[in-house]
Design a protein around this ligand. Structure first.
Ligand code: HSE
Length: 349
């Protein structure tokens, strides 16, 4: 039997890249024995932390140790240093690119260019970066199809809780017509902590320290991160063609401790709710807004960084998935879901 080793290049080595690397290391043996999956990470390129390439594979334990100690990877012994993201994508011997650089929901860059470069040099691409999918999913899917490579983006919505796979694979043909829920971990964490008496600023700082928030947390608290995700769900699951700025969007910045407490006294909780609905005429309406949810409602009891999405379907009524929506390991794991999916698709012919 010929064993194919997947050669991976990571573009970005922040919270998600390091989370994925840790899981790869911990699961190395079971990935091989249970899933026939063998890998080498041959390159890492990160704008802030540096880059290293070794065509024979990098020592991941050492890399994690070095980045923990020094905050960068330039002191890794050996390998070729200094390649930027595009050179890493184009010129390394990798066959799968993991795009986990920072998210920019306004331009989608540099992530869109990374994904296009990967596809154009016939490499599969897995991303947790919401920019390319919220802004250009149809274009990227068409390009990938043309080149015969796979793109996957499970972690763009609900991190490693497999909401997209549930909707696109398991519930395929179920007639999903509405999607609603809590899809930003940072804001749900902040609202939950405020209920315990913490001020907004302190709660946000904790969410940043815990690795839930975006590099620029205004995307979270302003609702734009949830907006990007509901646009992804509307376009990918409901077949819409929404632009990122089409749906109305409001975040949680105006919600005060008093609002949180008085809602509780009335039997409600403030939650940032995202929804998308397919109408009979084929149009899709989406929105993101804080809503006072009755305590008896299931969404009212989704707390902390946990997310929840309900898919309303024609044949199986409402199907709800609840799980982590952010965090180092949860999002790192989402990359593994996609990498294994591509492995299954491309190795069992
Ligand atoms: N900042 C995002 C959140 C991370 O808080 O949900 C996961 O997309």
């Amino acid at each position: 039997m010929i064993i194919m080793v997947t050669r991976i290049a990571l573009i970005g080595f922040g919270v998600v890249g390091q989370g994925f690397t840790k899981i790869l290391l911990e699961q190395k043996e079971s990935l091989k024995t249970q899933h026939g999956f063998e890998y080498e990470v041959v390159a890492i390129s990160d704008t802030m932390k540096g880059s290293v390439y070794d065509e024979n594979g990098l020592d991941l334990n050492k890399l994690l140790e070095i980045v923990e100690e020094t905050g960068e990877i330039n002191s890794y012994p050996g390998g070729i240093k200094g390649w930027d993201s595009l050179k890493t994508i184009n010129e390394t011997n990798s066959d799968l690119i993991v795009e986990v650089a920072w998210t920019d929901l306004t331009t989608g860059e540099p992530a869109i260019s990374h994904v296009k470069a990967a596809i154009n040099c016939n490499k599969h691409c897995v991303m947790t970066n919401k920019g390319p999918i919220a802004l250009a999913v149809n274009e990227l899917e068409a390009l990938a199809k043309d080149k015969g490579v796979q793109i996957r983006y499970e972690g763009t919505v609900m991190s490693g809780t497999p909401a997209l796979n549930l909707a696109m694979l398991t519930l395929a043909g179920s007639g999903i017509y509405k999607i609603q829920g809590i899809i930003n971990g940072t804001t749900n964490y902040i609202l939950s902590e405020m209920e315990k008496g913490l001020g907004y600023d302190e709660a946000l700082k904790q969410a940043q320290d815990l690795g839930y928030a975006e590099a620029d947390p205004t995307a979270d608290v302003g609702g734009y991160d949830a907006l990007g995700k509901i646009v992804i769900l509307a376009n990918v699951v409901l077949g819409a063609n929404l632009k990122k700025d089409d749906p109305p969007c409001e975040g949680i910045t105006k919600i005060t401790l008093d609002d949180v407490n008085s809602a509780l006294e009335e039997g409600f909780r403030w939650k940032l709710i995202a929804s998308a609905e397919l109408h009979d005429d084929g149009s899709v309406e989406a929105s993101v807004a804080p809503k006072k949810v009755p305590l008896s409602h299931p969404l009212a009891n989704v707390m902390g960084p946990t997310n929840s999405l309900t898919f309303s379907t024609k044949y199986v009524d409402d199907v709800t998935i609840i799980g982590p929506g952010a965090g180092k390991e949860a999002t790192g794991f989402s990359v593994l879901i996609d990498v294994l999916d591509i492995h299954r698709l491309t190795s069992y012919k």
